[in-house]
Design a protein around this ligand. Sequence first.
Ligand code: HEC
Ligand code: HEC
Length: 463
Amino acid sequence: MTKRPTVLALAATAILSLGPGFGLVRAALGTVAAAGPQSAPAAAPGAAELAAELAANLASLRAQFARPTSIPYPGAMPPTPEQVALGARLFHDPRLSANGEFSCASCHDPELAFTDGVTRGMGIAKALLPRHTPTLWNLAWNETLFWDGRAPSLEAQAQGPMENPKEMGQAIGAGVAKLRADPAMLAAFAAAFPDRPDVSPTHVLTALADYERTLVSPPTRFDAFIAGDDTALTPSERNGFALFTGRGRCSTCHSGWAFTDRAFHDIGLPTDDKGRGTVIGLPAVNYAFKTPTLRELSWTAPYMHDGSLASLEDVVSHYNHGGVDRPSRSPDLPVNLALTGQEVSDLVAFLETLSSARPPKPDAGLGFSGVPVAVAAPVTVSQVTQKNKAFSPTSVRVTTGETLRIVNDDTRPHNVRVFDPRLEFNSGLQEPGETATITFGSSGTFEVFCGIHPSMKLSVTVE
Ligand code: HEC
Ligand code: HEC
């Protein structure tokens, strides 16, 4: 197979292509010193404290929110440009639906940051779907897909909407048969999969997933600020960032450059949908949904898994009041946030800096790192900890028959799991302070993860 030996720099160039208002904002603000709280005309009470807090934490925040330099991919070889191009064509191809009218893009419209602009969309059956259509930006880093994380990969996810009678309503095999009758498609599949040039369900799913992995939202004014330009954000936006990472506790869950921990939380929305709780059978995570990316939010309203909040003001107001108090509500949510009107505006202003001036186009210039995610060298220990949603260490060595202790020294519950034909393990709900023990009876490498925070991964080498 022809493969591209690329290492791609995602960040640098696009920072220069910001929206038209950008230069004006910068010119108006001048340097940080000049734009400090003293020069902001109607500085609200607390604004000076927020500015000072941001200044004190800036270096650490710049490290935490820095953009990645490459896109990860599963498997040994990165997707080729031909595979990505085929995936883009298939994404827009209505032949993958029963009536020839629905493509993936019917609901995931690139002009609306791959959403559909409605509370809940409709597919071929003209019936409302149970949940709001999520954006497809920045999914390459996800361990699980869908609001409740029920799909384990982009490849596995893509078959769902095709075969769902409410969405595209057609067995993938029937779609494949239609594509096979088209000489242009035969050529595109041959270019994408030269070793085995067949139009197969697997190739359809692989190409769609490869295309979706390239959907990385471009840098915005926020990234210019993170890259070191102090004047790229207004004082109000900077105060919003200070609230987001400070008193608002937003970044506890909306962490990192894509503003998501890719984990599941109940944020107290009034809903009957049990979300992650149903998928992993744990009532403690009822009403919990995957933290969405906050990139390109300006184009993705309405918000939340049920599309129940119409605007960013509504979202911030929800967090300000804390929502429905029930046992599953996340301990990571701020209690009695009591934001002032000015602070609500600051937070909304900050959230808006995460969007491009226009709905961004997928950029075929982006690519993949040449090196799949590396696993750290294993450490010989008999106990692992789980603080701050991370196993420590992340790679361990034990001997056959030995018991590994996994200690929850975190402030939140976890759910330790191993899905392996040689060893099935499910700790059930593991509250803070509780220890899960796993005995490894056979040699080999095992992957341990958390069912609530799937980015937590532990590799166990049994010798
Ligand atoms: C009829 C509208 C509709 C169509 C057509 C559709 N989707 Fe979706 N898509 C949705 C909805 C609604 C969800 C959320 C469902 C859930 O989480 O339970 C979703 C979720 C997803 C997700 C998960 C995103 C995340 O954050 O985890 C991906 C990926 C996705 N769709 C890709 C596709 C692809 C690829 C196609 C075409 C094969 C497609 N969709 C067709 C409506 C649609
Ligand atoms: C406990 C984790 C957690 C905290 C803390 C948190 N969020 Fe969220 N956020 C989520 C989850 C989970 C969702 C999706 C919830 C759903 O749909 O049921 C979400 C959804 C959102 C959305 C809607 C995005 C979309 O595409 O629909 C916005 C905007 C948002 N949060 C902003 C914030 C802000 C601002 C704060 C701080 C005031 C904050 N979040 C604090 C976990 C969290």
